[in-house]
Ligand binder design. Sequence first.
Ligand code: FAD
Ligand code: NAP
Length: 537
Amino acid sequence: MTTVDYDAVVIGAGFGGIYMLRKLRDELGLTVRGYDRAHGVGGTWYWNRYPGALSDTEAFVYRYSFDQDLLQEYDWSTRYLRQPDILAYLEHVVDRFDLRKDIQLGTGVTAAAFDEDTHTWTITTDRGETVTATYLVTALGLLSKVNIPDIPGLDSFEGEILHTGAWPDEHDLRGKRVGVMGVGSSGQQVISAVAPEAGHLTVFMRTPQYCVPSGDRPLTPDEVEPVKRNFGAIWEQVRGSAVAFGFEESTVPAMSVSEEERQRVFQENWDIGGGFRFMFGTFSDIATDPRANEAAAAFIRAKIKEIVKDPETARILTPTDLYARRPLCSNHYYETFNRDNVSVADLRTHPVVEATPAGLKTGDGKLHELDVLILATGFDAVDGNYLALDLRGRGGRTINEAWRDAPASYLGITTAGFPNMFMILGPNGPFTNLPPSIEAQVEGIARPVGESRARGAAVEPSAEAQRAWTETCHAIADATLFPKVDSWIFGANIPGKTRTVMFYMGGLANYRAQLADVERDGYPGFDFTPVPDRART
Ligand code: FAD
Ligand code: NAP
């Protein structure tokens, strides 16, 4: 009998890894070791400490629902959650369930290999340790590996370079000449937060983005209490919805109502705030019908014209393509460009040509002198952290080889050729508010793990099941407008990366139903191979 050090190793201590550890250890009774290269738990919320970092999911559904006492006892006091609040929450969860002792922080996993003779995983860390485990769960984060743009001469820049996704504890931007590159969610938040304290802020913008107000505001205990009392119905609604953001998605096509009614609905939702609400709560077809999409886009464009005082700045900030990236929201984003100390460099007309010791030089020959350059340039999303690992499945085949054409999965939680390995937020998982999907995945992983232990067999998806799931994800994405625009959702933000579908866009309710069907029907699509030399499972 082969002895393993742990029944399971979980890599990553964000929302996904924390709940997975709890589930495997406390409900399945496994011995588990968690690892994170960060020096604290929290994942996204450990790393993204930039000024203005905020959830764009409302506080009442950006949390776990698996524990009723936790839901009732943990408070919130703003409509959206600030980064320190989410970090404090996740730290509380880790302490509440006594998980900290089983997580080794400050430890990057560098390699993991499956041994076909013993059906065990051997995991190697950057501290030179090697441990073995029967199961490997990768909760590596889908927006975790930062994207550093390839700017000639960047190393020569003598100021400070910061990335929003790897923000240091200490920073002082007061009075400094700050540049922000990127206007996605991170860029918009950091721009709005930094502008009031910077001496001058230059925004380096390549593609303008549609943004609606977030509607963030303080909440009184009288607003929070009824939500807590109603949590049963709220979570039922979330799990039965598509995007899981805690609002009712519209069932009304935009063109089925009059122009006047359309404007009224857009205005109402603009006033309430929230990016997903604006895209999915106004009308049912903003993300699928070009005419509906254009109506929403035109509404936002008109708002930009109204808000931004300088017509040339307004022109630069106005998007012209489809409204089909992850929908954004931010309070005061467009208003920030009315400040005297904020300017925008339009990289569409004059791209950055190089960095110099003093700043960034653009194609018009202008040197933008900077003390600090903030890269809000996003992430090598979804598979980035996977491809950076020396991860080997059957026959020593690496994940890079297995995913050479495109990252692939069965149900977003397993990938063919990698037995006893499970992924949280790996490729082709749900495109939603993420904690409810993470919970569905953790529960959807625990079931085949339990089944594999009961059968004394390693579990992995069949290549055929993976192919079918991939086709499903492509078909659903192709029925939307999202693939028509380049963004990280399709891996289209990283030069040289293969553009492909990386999400199941069929909604959380359908996703949960598929996971439930798989369990009910005896795990179709999964192969169970008896363990030749049984380990401690
Ligand atoms: P993460 O929180 O990313 O955790 C992954 C962890 O794995 C990291 O700590 C990383 O250090 C670790 N890791 C990776 N590779 C290794 C390795 N080889 N060895 C050791 N450790 C490793 N989603 C929403 O639904 N709503 C929001 O409002 C929202 N806001 C966001 C705001 C920001 C600024 C960002 C960047 C993302 C946001 N997201 C939001 C997405 C967010 O990432 C998820 O909601 C969620 O936090 C992901 O949790 P996770 O555990 O899957 O991954
Ligand atoms: P992002 O959406 O990928 O945006 C990256 C920005 O950097 C884009 O404006 C991009 O321009 C620009 N950029 C990248 N490389 C560049 C280059 N070489 N030159 C010039 N510009 C460059 O990344 P993000 O803003 O970090 O957001 C990623 C995701 O994280 C979000 O979609 C969301 O899911 C999550 N997030 C959520 C929140 C929240 O509101 N709660 C906050 C932050 C992040 P192009 O568009 O031209 O490529």
